[in-house]
Ligand binder design. Sequence first.
Ligand code: SF4
Length: 315
Amino acid sequence: MIGYLGIDIGSISTKGVIINEKHEILASSYLWTEGNPVKAVKEVLVELEEKIKGTDITILGVGTTGSARKLIGTMLGACSIKNEITAHAIGTLSRYPEVKTILEIGGQDSKIILLEDGIVTDYAMNTLCAAGTGSFLSSQAKRLGIDVEDFGTIALTSQHPTNIAARCTVFAESDLVHKIQMGYDKKDIVAGLCYSVASNYLNNVAKGKKISSPILFQGGVSKNIGVKKAFEELLDSNIFVDPDGHLMGALGSAILAEKNSMGRIFDFSLKDASFETMGVECKGCPNHCEVIVVKKDGKKLDAFGNRCSKGAMVK
Ligand code: SF4
């Protein structure tokens, strides 16, 4: 059976999927990046290889997306290296061809993608303020002594969500501490935080955008049913969450790998290779570009970060 591999390397999590020609997910892996995308991707490969052990799946193309897509794409000899907007849109459209709005909240960033007849018409990303992201929710859960996985269920039991200032992380955190000291019920604070994440997102990331149904909510935070409910109330609309919503970027990358495949068989033993990356200043002109050189087993694989082809010669 022919398969394609898609990898989505974010700053918080690394996701990998293997799909078949019908774009069904045959195997998936979701791990924490922990500041080391190379190690995380190697671990994802170990997991995926284990999951397809004993099958006749041959991988004929690799696609990467996410913040470390270039580095990992170079390492794995990817035939497709695309930005998150394209990958997420393609992954989501493969399951929901009618989708008009994709709300995405990940560990450290969030985005909105607007589509019309299967084409991306507008998008926005927020990588600056963490107030509306998964890492913010995790740190607040810790502060409240709650497991972040239980956040959503606890939020749903609240009848009176506490109003939490949602403008930015600093405001939200100090307001949260204030509300705890005032003696507000924990479940109401948790529900309030879910609302603050949704409203921060709508006021910042989705500001000025026309949100039309059908709306898909994805990324790690989409697993939080409290935030989903908050979006439904604030937007007065049904919000759909796919069980594989956290894998849409990887799925889109795998589909793009199929489209761009050159028929070369992917070798899982790449996970055992030793990769090295280093920043080298190009002295070719006064721009002094910081060129990232990727080496495999000591041999230069590729370089990027250069503003002209001269920089690609840096060793
Ligand atoms: S990569 Fe090109 S633009 Fe950048 S420093 Fe080298 S020569 Fe100059």
